[in-house]
Design a protein around this ligand. Structure first.
Ligand code: GLC
Length: 708
């Protein structure tokens, strides 16, 4: 291979450069200045639309490339390819790794048939600030939950053999701490201690690497003064030396070029040198490698062996995908059509939407009786089909089931009135739809308020400083509930919203996040009791945006405010708001009635080479079968550095039939008690630990144990 051909393998462009096809833009583009002759060397394509487009581009390339090296086709397949299931934040709420595995396996079957070779997933950025728009892509505020869900996705994406065309390669992102962008503003700077990084922000990336993920994408943000892509500590010391990652590193879109914008590269050549030496193998959508690498090699600043090593990693990935045997990996428009959006896949998406919708509040209003005759659907989402959320890949709004359609499907004989009542636009003050909404509420047997934030208000580049229900939705809720008490709300959101006013108004609230293609059917099933809510809050819902970031696993202070009634002035508190979130991590209601009867420890003291067996007994005293998320938390009472007041150390989602009692067994081992001390040693320390089962800030049964 010539130097140009080698450098070409290190550049990724979108389909527009290779054929007259349509392109989804996922970021700003510089004018690249790549000459036509060089294009045949390009090694990978960002975001081809479908199998047909991949075939056009790949066939043309294979005809022109003298080395006959197939291109890699990579795409953001985040929560479904064509059959769209709930956003990752909702999947986190499911607390169900098996469900996440099933959804992901379905997704990659469709994506592979659609000509995708690599997906830029899982995204496992740990996030605590609901103002940040990309919390919709994470599984929430707990490192254990994020790690488990990330690893499950890697295994489901890649399978056991990348030659199996039911699987593709994964790319974990965005290393590191993108979710800690200052003030929740996307792309903003991140300053953080190594201890905090290692304790909370790095574990999920490591879990994905340990699960065998083949690619990794650094984050846009600067981390302690150096943008991740050029940050030798995170990209070499941690990623390569400590974690032993040997896969392919790809920049985020435009990120190499943005080293100039960050102000740490004077020009393209400097940007290329920093990124390449930072370990970035593929440059996405900028051409600094095209401009600078050749000169850097001629100047001896980068040696040919380093370039060859990067090319080899990329060629090895292509080889492991079987691309040299079949550059098209058995993808075709016919196969894509046959595989996508089948009834089986829709059923998976529907079950996922049911099991990732959280029942936040219920005074007994839900479930509605299926015998109701007149139902009023009121709110901007009442018949909206824009319910997939951001990163919906090839999903189509018109293939989504709205709430109105879902309820008509379930109750074909009911009289359903649909009134939008108001807009979900930010800043809307239009109340002209209120009168007709109130009338519809008054005339109905049951009212469903369909409220939320538009899907364009979360996702990349979409941070908010006010995370309430946009417009006059709270006002709409107030007058409708006044007109008819038999009212429940369902919320569409890409982040925790400040729902305090709605909570004070509405008897029952379901939060469905963005449920995807089958959202309307799932919500209808939940509203009318065909399905029983089983999801739990994956990320604290603030009472006020001024609390952000508010999260459950916070350290103590010297002056903790013990509860919302502790109003002593000299405490860590706000004058105008409590410290606790409106809905805590792990909160969620059910139509069943789960009673925690006991928590037994087989010993109260153990040494590092022993384990404690914890047996939790839960009874379903209700009349409905249901699923409970049994959550086990610990608190390290005294340690050499301040520890969180509570940490989720294990969870299990279990089905418990009406009247049934089940025992759920957990094991506590010494590694579960380890933490990063002030000197960044990963250690456990002897001492006493509190243990409780329940959910954050809400222990049902408590006990203590000791590591000796
Ligand atoms: C975007 C996102 C990244 C995505 C990439 C390719 O800017 O930050 O998550 O994978 O570009 O679309």
């Amino acid at each position: 291979m010539t130097v140009d051909e080698k450098i070409g393998q290190l550049i990724q462009l979108n389909p527009k450069f290779f054929a007259d096809v349509s392109v989804d833009v996922t970021g700003p583009w510089e004018s690249l200045g790549i000459d036509e002759g060089f294009l045949k060397n390009i090694g990978s394509v960002l975001g081809s639309r479908n199998a047909e487009e991949m075939l056009i581009i790949q066939k043309k390339h294979m005809a022109e490339d003298k080395n006959k090296i197939p291109m890699l086709f990579m795409k953001d397949v985040i929560h479904g390819y064509r059959t769209i299931y709930p956003i990752p934040l909702a999947l986190g709420a499911s607390f169900d790794p098996d469900l996440v595995c099933e959804c992901t396996q379905m997704e990659v079957k469709e994506a592979s048939a659609g000509g995708v070779h690599v997906t830029f997933a899982p995204m496992v950025d740990y996030a605590r600030d609901a103002r940040w728009g990309r919390v919709m892509e994470t599984c929430g505020e707990d490192p254990l939950l994020n790690s488990i869900m990330g690893a499950v996705q890697v295994k489901a994406i890649q399978g056991d053999d990348l030659r199996d065309t039911d699987h593709i390669a994964g790319c974990v992102k965005h290393l590191a701490a993108y979710g800690a962008a200052e003030a929740g503003r996307d792309y903003n700077t991140v300053e953080m201690s190594e201890r905090q990084l290692r304790e909370f922000y790095l574990p999920a990336y490591k879990a994905c690497i340990d699960a065998g993920v083949t690619m990794l994408m650094p984050s846009f943000n600067s981390l302690n003064g150096v943008p991740s892509i050029a940050n030798k500590w995170i990209m070499k010391t941690v990623l390569k030396d400590e974690w032993g990652f040997e896969g392919v590193v790809i920049s985020d879109s435009n990120a190499v070029g943005e080293l100039k914008t960050h102000g740490i590269a004077a020009d393209s050549k400097a940007a290329a040198e920093l990124a390449f030496k930072g370990g970035c193998d593929i440059e996405m959508m900028t051409a600094n490698y095209y401009v600078g690498l050749k000169e850097l090699i001629e100047e001896g600043k980068i040696d040919m062996a380093q370039l060859d090593a990067a090319v080899e990693r990329i060629l090895n990935l292509k080889e492991s995908l079987g691309l040299f045997e079949d550059p098209f990996r058995d993808a075709s428009p016919e196969k894509e059509t046959a595989v996508c959006l089948t009834d089986e896949h829709r059923a998976i998406a529907r079950r996922a939407a049911e099991d990732s919708t959280v029942l936040l509040k219920n005074d007994g209003t839900l479930p509605f009786s299926k015998d109701v005759k007149k139902i009023a659907l009121i709110g901007p989402f009442a018949e909206s089909k824009k319910i997939m959320g951001s990163w919906a890949c090839n999903g189509r709004d018109d293939e989504c089931v709205s709430i109105a359609e879902g309820i008509r499907n379930l109750l074909p004989n009911a009289e359903i009135t649909v009134v939008s009542g108001c807009s979900a636009e930010l800043g809307s003050t239009d109340t002209s739809g209120f009168d007709i909404a109130v009338q519809a509420a008054a005339d109905a047997d049951a009212v469903i308020l369909c409220l939320g934030e538009l899907s364009i208000y979360s996702g990349e580049g979409n941070s908010r400083v006010d995370i309430g229900l946009p417009g006059v939705q709270n006002e709409l809720a107030k007058i409708c509930v006044a007109a008819n008490k038999n009212t429940a709300a369902v919320i569409f959101n890409g982040r925790p919203l400040t729902l305090g006013e709605l909570d004070s108004i509405c008897p029952a609230i379901l939060d469905t996040f963005f449920p995807g293609s089958e959202g309307g059917n799932a919500i209808a099933n939940l509203m009318f009791g065909v399905a029983n809510p089983s999801a739990r809050v994956p990320m604290s819902f603030p009472r006020a945006v001024g609390q952000c970031p508010v999260y459950y696993n916070h350290p103590s202070t010297g002056r903790p405010k013990r509860n919302d009634f502790d109003n002593y002035r000299f405490k860590s508190r706000y004058l105008d708001c409590g410290n606790l979130p409106l809905y805590s991590f792990g909160h969620g209601l059910s139509y069943s009635d789960f009673r925690y009867e006991s928590m037994e420890l087989d010993k109260k003291q153990f040494t590092a080479d022993e384990k404690i067996t914890v047996t939790v007994t839960v009874r379903n005293a209700g009349e409905r079968d249901g699923k409970e998320v049994v959550q086990l938390y610990m608190h390290d009472l005294v340690a050499s550095s301040v520890r969180p007041v509570q940490q989720l150390i294990a969870f299990e989602k279990v089905e418990i039939a009406a009247g049934e009692t089940k025992q759920i067994v957990f094991e506590i081992t010494e590694p579960m008690l380890r933490f990063w001390d002030a000197d960044c040693n990963y250690i456990s320390e002897a001492g006493e630990f509190e243990l409780f089962v329940g959910y954050a800030d809400h222990p049902y049964i408590q006990d203590r144990f000791e590591l000796i």
